[in-house]
Ligand binder design. Sequence first.
Ligand code: TXA
Ligand code: MG
Length: 447
Amino acid sequence: MSQDLPRVITRVLKVGNGDLGSFHDGEGAERLGSWQVSKAESPSLKVLQEAATYLRTKDTPVGFPTETVYGLGADATRSASVQGIYTAKRRPQDNPLIVHVSDLEMLRDLLSPAGTTNGIANGHRDSIPEIYKPLIARFWPGPLTILLPNPEPSKLAPEVTAGLKSFGARMPSSPLALTLIKLTGTPLAAPSANASTRPSATTAGDVLEDMDGRIELILDGGACLVGVESTVVDGLCDPPVILRPGGVSLDEIRSIPGWESVEKAYKDQSETGKAAPRAPGMKYKHYSPRAKVVLYESTFEHGKRGVAFQDLETSRQVNGHETSGIDSEFTVGIIRTRHWSPGAGLRCENLASRNVSITDGALDGDVELNVFEGELRDESGEAKIGKLLDLSIGEDARSIAQGLFSALREFDRRKADLIFVEGIEDNDDIAAAVMNRLRKAASEIRS
Ligand code: TXA
Ligand code: MG
């Protein structure tokens, strides 16, 4: 399939957080039985109606917010529509996509074979596996994706599952997303709305940056609250496993009946602290800004010391930035979390705030990144050797998760050549998701 699309005009439509809908029905997990769209007319609902009609009838995906990251949504039941995702993202087709549902009614319908309807409504045994019920009751709607058996024949387009016998399903908590899915009337397949290999998008502005001219509609619902993708779990095997760490933590999942012995099934470099540091300059392929990312694992030493001048020199040489000309000033970005001080120990002068909204004017931004800029000096402090950008994304793991992708993207906008990131301790909370993404984004890991 050709990856070269004719350019289209991309519209960004604002959707407010007013009354869009609510859940109706029973108790426990069954409170999620049916999402009902608000009867009151509003400009936001009109925009969502337009997007829903577009999703039903066109084969180009729509950018929309969820509580985790922005997604690139398409009708999960139509092949042409799902293929449009892969084309827009320039993503290889061997990666399965997560299916987003608005309520349990929609999920049960997917669990019954094509040509049949939702079993429970006809008095059949409930098709949702028992193991997932307490998880659903506790974490849905929210940042958790569960693997379910894909019936034969399936209502899902084959492109969604990439040939696997299971599909991943999630009920997002964003009312905007739930309403969009309900109005479309079919589940939406949606990967993160970044171009393949780039950091995920957490604002409509991020989506526009990667998808301008490639998709026609982006719904702007403001910045995402969680900031990293959903946790993916497989409860169909014994013991159940976590396939990707995300917005719901291992600790939280372990506290659920039937999930006490859940295991990690994702491979994470340095996960055990035993892996060798990654060779400098190794090719990155995920969540990566244009700049080279150097990650410092959280150790007492690094916490105390920050970035040594020798580290800067080594990374700079490896990454081929020898001297800086006037047009391409050598720029180093520092992303700080808990211990590093401004500049992370490198010599800099005139460090001053250059504060901008991350969505940079064109759209309403509701998150501000407080970036400081200064002159980067050599080891003696005598000569200017470039520019230094400094940004703290907070100490709390949740706020670090929320700011992580925005920080990487913001340093790209400011033309950073090298980014040093202060890692955090890899606990079984959302820190695991933060470090998992950072290890993938990094072309060098120092531990
Ligand atoms: O938070 C999220 O999950 C975001 C937002 C948009 O909802 N979506 C997202 O989708 O991150 P995506 O397509 O980028 O992530 C898909 C990942 C795959 O890489 C794989 O790890 C897992 O979900 N996955 C999906 N279906 C699977 C399956 N049948 N078997 C195993 N893993 C699956
Ligand atoms: Mg992704």
